[in-house]
Design a protein around this ligand. Structure first.
Ligand SMILES: [Zn+2]
Length: 344
């Protein structure tokens, strides 16, 4: 799938580098896509809700977003721009969704890369969203200039990626860094993957919501139960964070437990991987980043190895939802799906 026609540095209007790809970040609720320049910088973003009602509508939705982005590309290059897609894994050969954990079973083995390539008549590269996000943070964010780091994102799920010796650690199946499924509590709650006590089952947004529901059930008619009834739906991570900020003791306790679980996992990862920096991202963390980074720092200081106690930085991701868009081009280069840009 190597592309031979991106040698040289084409200049677009205004001296801007011409785009070299369309990058797409497929989230659980939104699809974000943009043109990407040779250094990965995204422009012309288009955002749409993710249509998860059926595989066919999901693919049609992605095609529509990508065509909307292509409409903003210079006509001289639009016809041959490759597409780089980041989505949750695991991802099989040819960019298929092996067993997407938070999607309907009909999505199993959906040949995402091949099907999109057919619809768009161009090469499509599919990678793990967290791998693209780590490369984005390395390109333009919290991992810039770093050679060893851990990226961990907590939102509707928990994912991660590892930078080791300046390179993304890919793993044998290009799926290293599934940090959401690290066991953190032998008798903890069931995880969406079927396991028990995994990090994701304790700290992801839906897990926080389920935790406050369980606490509310213990005191029917209590303050927490009344909050949930007023909400009229199952609370999510942002509801729990809001209630904690308003002083609700149960919401505060749920968040403290989640931060504690994340801190245990991060300290274990630090011992395993010896990073310079741990970068925390995702909506759950970025709602109150200092509380989450401080919990991890404190746990490393108390329970980490002496060499790590004062030296490992724990910091918040800086690119937010854009991280995967910034990392797409670097990912495609790593997979030899884009020619390196040559000077002159
Ligand atoms: Zn799991």
């Amino acid at each position: 799938m190597a592309m031979k026609h991106f040698r040289g540095r084409a200049e677009g209007p205004g001296g801007m580098s011409a785009p070299v790809a369309v990058v797409v970040d497929v989230g659980g609720t939104r699809v974000r896509a943009a043109l990407a320049g040779p250094d990965g910088t995204p422009t012309g973003r288009v955002v749409r809700p993710t249509d998860r009602t059926s595989p066919e509508r999901f693919l049609a939705g992605l095609e529509e977003v990508i065509r909307a982005v292509l409409a903003g590309a210079p006509r001289t290059v639009a016809a041959r721009l490759p597409v780089i897609v980041g989505c949750t894994g695991p991802i099989g050969p040819g960019g298929s969704l092996v067993d997407p954990p938070n999607l309907d079973p009909s999505f199993r083995d959906l040949p995402l890369g091949a099907a999109l390539g057919e619809r768009l008549r161009r090469p499509v590269v599919v990678g793990l969203d967290t791998h693209l996000a780590l490369l984005g943070e390395q390109q333009a964010g919290a991992l810039r200039g770093r050679s060893d780091g851990i990226y961990l994102t907590v939102s509707t799920g928990v994912g991660g990626a590892i930078l080791s010796g300046g390179r993304l650690l890919r793993g044998a199946r290009s799926m290293s860094g599934e940090l959401g499924h690290l066991p953190v509590a032998a008798r903890g709650p069931r995880c969406g993957c079927g396991g028990q006590g995994h990090l994701e089952a304790v700290v992801a947004g839906p897990a926080l919501g389920r935790s406050v529901m369980r606490r509310a059930d213990r005191e029917v008619g209590g303050a927490l139960a009344l909050r949930i009834r007023a909400l009229g739906r199952i609370p999510d991570g942002s509801d729990v964070a809001l209630w904690a900020s308003e002083g609700d003791p149960d919401a505060t306790a749920v968040l403290r437990r989640a931060r504690g679980a994340l801190a245990v996992a991060v300290t274990a990862l630090v011992s395993l991987l010896d990073p310079e920096v741990v970068v925390l991202g995702g909506g759950v963390v970025l709602g109150s980043p200092e509380a989450w980074t401080a919990a991890c720092r404190e746990h490393i200081r108390r329970h980490g190895l002496a060499a790590h106690r004062e030296s490992v930085e724990v910091t918040a991701a800086v690119l937010g939802d854009d991280a995967g868009l910034y990392g797409g081009v670097a990912y495609a280069r790593m997979m030899d799906a884009l020619e390196p840009v040559t000077e002159g």
